[in-house]
Design a protein around this ligand. Structure first.
Ligand code: TRP
Ligand code: ZN
Length: 883
């Protein structure tokens, strides 16, 4: 075991910075092996601080010299550690000149300044700036930046940084320079530079106030045929933020740069967003509908950060969700508004619910559970989580549910009026929402401070004589690490009542008539009762409509009630939810039956409900597709006290096969009814049709005959876009026809070996196939196209296997876990952030059958025992192992 225990940082220990920075001038002499960084920082003492010493961060960089107000400091005048540079007793006004040397080509962590495919990029969030120069690298230190870049002109013709280009020219020796100035104060994590051989698609775009701005999307040569959609998404984002929130682009120039080696999705650096190629590059040949939707969402997300994150930033990293939760909410609303229809909105909402259940609920129930505003962390990079992002977005959404769209806008306006160019806290956002709407959001604070997924129990009683329907809601929340007891949350529960004809009943709750078919009940106590009056018949309650809060809702629905909701609920999210409940009840029974060695069977009621839905052409194809997808193996596992991945897999496969056989004619009919001939378009309607058609194909290939195989083969051979080609390939891989699958995989690789993002898909499809075992994954790792160094590639194979192929990952002999341990250790030596993400695959280990648990514990201990393990991985595995 490592002897030095990594240091935990606590929110309660926050102290203001001792010195504030007015301006930063940075000079870069860029060289892959030896880059020289000169920095001039003008600082002044912060009256809010009692400390007189200047505290700078710095890691993995060589300090050449430091001058204070013109005088070179002797080593005795400062203290240098592996991660800090401290100058004690500094005067009020300080000008620091610091020179550092770094080796970007050796930086495999992809944090700080690094080289990707011979080009230079930076990634400074959260604490990467300190890998470039010594600086108070904390988000509450906001400064003006001027940046001079110098580099070889032939190798790096493009030199970019934040803000505006104010000067460029030749240096005479084959080198050139560019000087950039960012007119806005910003924290260091938003600094960026790019020095590269790239080309761009550019456009002049007119803002609402009449100003014209320059928009650019930078990519490697050869990818200019894949930038249209990112550019279109950027323009849509700019328009949308103007219209929905009155927020305008504050720069004359806005750039997006794509890079193939990137730890996350993208980064909102001021005026210079840097993106994983996955969220920029698309054309119909290489990108799927899901890829297109991802590009729209991420381009929107990073653009929206310009106001929520950059103009108003975080005081400290515990407030991360202040910018991330809010910005995810904004990108979700953007994507929904881009579709425009009510069902379209609902489809995006259903996707969000699926993500929460698939990833956030498990996180909230596991060893890494943390509140939306954490109280402590060891490594901040481990806290860019689904809780901070997606649950954080749910918390923001609840304000909108509670105060309405207009009220939410008022709250946003007040937030910007109060906090523009400040570094603030989650509490400040809550206060703005409360004050703008004259609401008390005191108790709402618990959504930020308490971890865990609340459980809301509902019980009801209909009194025919009094014509009242009484709904009792109670809440509880399971214990999470460090939080044994929870206090009640302020939970908006949106409710409607369905009559026997399937229509919504009008609502009078506690004496007040509702204006719409749904009413938002506010559950604030441990238990509360709501009385609906003038209810003429026993209704079926539709609870938690539009998933109005990130909770588990329990209500003792009968099958008949669920079928009624599945057929008629006017709220599409709950209509879908009723189907999921019907499916889940059966999946749990089948799982138990399989484990007990009983024969499996599925009732006709469920099949007939699926049949009716499949053929209901009044419903959007996108909605039908979602309603037909069974809960994933991960989501099923979360319902069980003890997880047997093989039983779950067998149960779900049995259900899929039974549905496929029973609905074969309908599936075929829908396959043909939802073809999208003509030019490819990623719009929601066409994408929905393709999704339904390809779901039908997947079902038809669960136990295929000759005709089904031929259908998939034909789609694979003639597909005019990647959505259809990839879907056909996946169907063939899962068909059980090994020869057909292998042939198609070989064709696919031959056709797309030059497209890195498609090669990622090729690895991912194989990794997630139930026929791929550990040995096959090891074999794939020897493929010349495989490398652990590229995060997208590592994710495509290793992560897809560990997280997306449960029946092979969790084999009885523990070989999946041994493989996991090996890869975590190997990755950690290259890139701790990525390694720590893989380490999370073992979070739920205590839920597995004892024999598996034992193997998992040993794998965790093996990782924990590794010498020189990063703080990133150490935090994850030690939390997993601790009680
Ligand atoms: N702020 C980025 C976003 O959400 C996240 C991000 C990008 C990030 N790269 C990172 C976080 C590297 C940590 C480390 O848009
Ligand atoms: Zn973000």
């Amino acid at each position: 075991m490592r002897t030095d225990s990594p240091q935990t940082i606590y929110r309660k220990d926050y102290t203001p910075p001792s010195f504030l920075v007015d301006s930063v001038e940075l000079g870069f002499d860029l060289d892959p092996a030896r880059t020289i960084v000169a920095s001039r920082i003008r600082m002044r003492h912060n009256p809010a601080s009692s400390s007189r010493s200047i505290e700078l961060h710095g890691e993995h960089i060589e300090l050449v010299q430091v001058r204070l107000n013109g005088k070179v400091l002797k080593p005795s005048q400062y203290k240098l550690t592996a991660s800090t540079l401290t100058i004690p007793k500094a005067p009020d006004e300080v000008e620091l000149d610091i020179e550092t040397i770094l080796a970007p080509q050796d930086n495999t962590s992809l944090s700080g300044l690094y080289v990707s495919n011979h080009n230079f990029f930076t990634q400074c969030e959260a604490e990467g700036f300190r890998r470039i120069t010594f600086f108070p690298d904390r988000p509450d230190v906001m400064a003006r930046y001027t940046v001079m870049l110098r580099a070889d002109k032939a190798k790096y013709p493009v030199l970019l940084s934040n803000g505006n280009l104010i000067e460029e020219g030749d240096l005479g020796d084959g080198r050139h320079y560019a000087k950039w100035e960012d007119p806005f104060k910003k924290p260091s994590y938003l600094f960026a530079l790019v020095a590269a051989k790239l080309v761009c698609q550019e456009e002049h775009f007119k803002l609402a106030d009449g100003r014209t701005v320059l928009l650019q999307v930078w990519v490697e040569e050869g990818n200019l045929d894949k930038t249209d959609y990112a550019m279109q998404s950027l323009k849509n984002s700019i328009r949308w933020d103007e219209e929905r929130f009155g927020l305008e682009l504050d720069l004359d120039r806005f750039m997006i740069v794509a890079v193939g080696d990137f730890n996350m999705g993208a980064m909102e650096n001021k005026g210079l967003n840097i993106f994983n190629t996955k969220y920029v590059l698309a054309n119909p040949r290489v990108a799927t509908d899901v890829d297109y939707a991802g590009i729209e969402a991420v381009v929107g997300h990073e653009y929206f950060h310009n106001w929520t994150g950059n103009r108003v930033t975080c005081r400290d990293w515990f407030q991360l969700s202040l910018k991330e939760g809010l910005t995810v909410f904004r990108d979700q609303e953007f994507s929904a508004d881009m579709i425009g229809t009510d069902t379209g909105r609902a489809v995006t909402r259903i996707d969000q619910v699926r993500t929460l259940r698939q990833a956030q609920f498990p996180e909230d129930a596991g060893p890494m559970a943390h509140p939306v505003r954490p109280d402590s962390f060891v490594e901040i990079n481990n806290f860019y989580t689904v809780t901070i992002y997606e649950k954080g977005a749910e918390v923001v959404r609840m304000y909108q549910t509670l105060v309405g769209r207009e009220g939410f806008r008022k709250g946003m306006d007040l937030y910007f009026a109060r906090h523009d160019e400040q570094a603030v806290q989650c509490d400040d956002f809550r206060a703005a929402m409360a004050d703008a709407n004259d609401r008390d959001f005191q108790q709402f604070e618990r959504w930020y401070s308490q971890a865990g997924t609340p459980v809301v129990k509902a019980a009801s009683q209909y009194d025919a004589a009094a014509q009242t329907f009484t709904l009792t809601l109670s809440q509880s929340c399971p214990a999470t690490p460090g939080q044994p007891q929870k206090l009640p949350f302020h939970i908006p529960v949106t409710v409607g009542l369905l009559g026997a004809d399937g229509c919504d009943l009008s609502l009078i709750v506690d004496g007040v008539a509702a204006e719409t078919n749904s009413v938002v009940l506010e559950l604030t106590q441990a238990e509360q009762t709501f009385v609906f009056a003038q209810v003429k018949e026993a209704p079926v309650p539709s609870l938690l409509r539009d998933f109005s809060a990130p909770v588990v809702l329990q209500y003792d629905y009968s099958d008949a009630q669920l079928l009624h909701l599945f057929r008629h609920d006017s709220d599409p999210v709950n209509r879908w939810e009723a189907g999921q409940r019907l499916a889940m009840a059966r999946l749990l029974k089948l799982t138990a039956a399989h484990a007990a060695g009983e024969t499996l069977s599925l009732d006709d009621t469920f099949i007939e409900a699926q049949r009716a839905l499949l053929a209901d052409d009044t419903l959007d194809a996108a909605f039908r597709e979602l309603a037909l997808i069974l809960p994933s193996e991960t989501i099923i596992a979360e319902q069980l006290a003890q997880v047997d991945p093989h039983a779950i897999h067998a149960a779900r496969q049995f259900m899929r096969r039974t549905i496929a056989e029973a609905l074969k004619p309908e599936l075929l009919a829908q396959y043909h009814a939802n073809l999208t001939p003509g030019d490819y378009s990623p719009d929601a309607l066409s994408a929905g049709k393709r999704a339904l058609k390809n779901l039908a194909l997947a079902y038809l290939l669960v136990a295929p005959g000759k005709e089904e195989l031929a259908l998939a083969q034909q789609q694979f051979d003639s597909a005019g876009n990647m959505t259809d080609r990839a879907a056909a390939l996946v169907a063939l891989i899962h068909s059980g026809d090994e020869a057909a699958a292998q042939a198609a995989l070989a064709d696919f690789y031959r056709d797309f070996s030059g497209e890195a993002l498609v090669v990622d898909k090729w690895f991912a499809m194989q990794a997630a196939a139930p026929t791929t075992d550990v040995a096959a994954v090891r074999q794939l790792m020897t493929h010349p196209a495989f490398t652990l160094k590229n995060p997208n590639r590592a994710r495509s194979l290793i992560f897809s296997f560990a997280n997306g192929n449960p029946s092979q990952f969790h084999t009885q002999d523990g070989s999946g876990y041994a493989f996991w341990a090996e890869q975590v250790i190997a990755l950690d030596a290259l890139n701790p952030q990525v390694a720590a993400r893989l380490a999370r695959s073992m979070d739920r280990w205590r839920r597995y059958a004892p024999a598996l648990q034992e193997h998992m514990r040993r794998a965790l201990e093996r990782v924990a025992a590794k010498k020189n393990l990063s703080n990133d991985v150490m935090e994850v595995v030690s939390k997993a192992l601790s009680n």
